[in-house]
Design a protein around this ligand. Structure first.
Ligand code: KIV
Length: 269
């Protein structure tokens, strides 16, 4: 079977079910469960490497895990995060690093923040599909003062809206919204032509993404800290609870996204 393109996926009119993935075995299971897109997220810094945040993840890490996922799911669309420090300083550097991720098996690269219009345009003009990650951007966790919902004030909502419009006009093929009011994400999704993916951004995005460990209820916080002190984020739902198998839990997530029963109001802001 040939890999479905993002345009074909969007044209199907169905909600897009995306999940993070970091290895070949899970990639195979996700593909068999009907996941539309896999995100090789730099969340691997936390869920695989046990760090506090994503800032220490390297290009080598992302290349390695993209190769693993592409080997396991060669027919599934793959998006890979550009790690902190690999795209912000110089657009030619960004282009070289993005190309290395495509060479490893990614179809789309994801960059964080709204101030990267020129970089997005530069990559898009050279045929590199770019997703812009807006709202809460984990690589800026220190500047944002922690894991905080974005877009709650009028000024912040206006900025996210303008960033989405600008990144879309610069050629971003997808916009990912993290931890922001559902009404705002829904409004921007209606306003721009570019498909949107939400995580803690309500049901009205074009699709949803979750970190696979959150979906399976197996992430209990940073290595070395007491798991009892860890509280899963509001937007996470444990689909493994009450399910027969990991593949069934993932398939249930896919169906819940398609039927718009996930995320519910209790998972949204
Ligand atoms: O790295 C990641 O897993 C992500 C998701 C939180 C969207 O960027």
């Amino acid at each position: 079977m040939r890999k479905q393109t993002l345009d074909q996926l969007v044209a199907s009119g169905e909600k897009i079910a995306m999940l993070t993935c970091y290895d070949a075995t899970f990639a195979k299971v996700c593909a068999a469960a009907g996941v539309d897109m896999l995100l090789v997220g730099d969340s691997l810094g936390m869920v695989l490497q046990g760090a506090e945040n994503t800032l220490q993840v390297t290009m080598q890490d992302m290349i390695y895990h993209t190769r693993c996922v592409a080997a396991g799911a060669p027919e599934t669309l793959i998006m890979t995060d550009m790690p902190f420090g690999s795209y912000e300083h110089d657009k030619e550097d960004a282009c070289r690093n993005a190309q290395a991720l495509l060479d490893a098996g990614a179809d789309i690269v994801k960059i964080e923040g709204g101030g990267l219009v020129e970089t997005t345009r530069y990559l898009a003009e050279r045929g590199i599909p770019v997703c812009a990650h807006l709202g809460f951007t984990p690589q800026s966790v220190q500047q944002l003062g922690g894991y905080k919902i974005q877009g709650k004030t009028e000024e912040s909502a206006r900025k996210i809206t303008q960033d989405a419009i600008d990144m879309s006009a610069a050629g971003a093929c997808m916009i990912l919204f993290e931890m922001m009011p559902a009404a705002l994400a829904g409004h921007i999704t209606e306003t721009i032509k570019t498909p949107t993916i939400g995580i803690g951004a309500g049901v009205d995005c074009s699709g949803q993404v979750l970190v696979i460990q959150d979906l399976l209820g197996i992430y209990t916080g940073v290595a070395g800290k007491n798991p009892a002190d860890y509280k899963a984020p509001r937007f996470a739902r444990n689909f493994l609870a009450g399910s027969d198998s990991i593949q069934q839990a993932i398939a249930d997530y896919v169906q819940a996204v398609k039927k718009k029963t996930f995320p519910a109001a209790e998972h949204s802001y």
